[in-house]
Ligand binder design. Structure first.
Ligand SMILES: [Zn+2]
Length: 79
């Protein structure tokens, strides 16, 4: 699976990188070369799934919301 790295400070996203190890290497290189080894704000590193980041966040949010509602319903029906 390929990965992408994004630096929120530079507003720049890497091309698809072959694997998590390559993505971590690209992140470390960027930190060293551009930010003097510091960790910039707004860093993201994610697996390339073909979905955009807002779409992934929406799906994750729906999953969490559904789980919370399911637990709530279970608790409410077992009192
Ligand atoms: Zn940067």
């Amino acid at each position: 699976m390929s990965y992408r790295y994004r630096c929120g400070t530079c507003r720049a996203t890497s091309p698809a990188l072959p694997g998590r190890r390559a993505a971590h290497a690209a992140r470390d290189r960027h930190r060293d070369q551009v930010h003097g080894g510091l960790v910039p704000d707004g860093e993201l590193l994610w697996p390339e799934t073909g979905l955009t980041l807002p779409a992934r966040r929406l799906l994750i949010g729906l999953g969490i919301g559904g789980t919370v509602m399911g637990v709530w319903n279970w608790v409410a029906s077992h009192r």
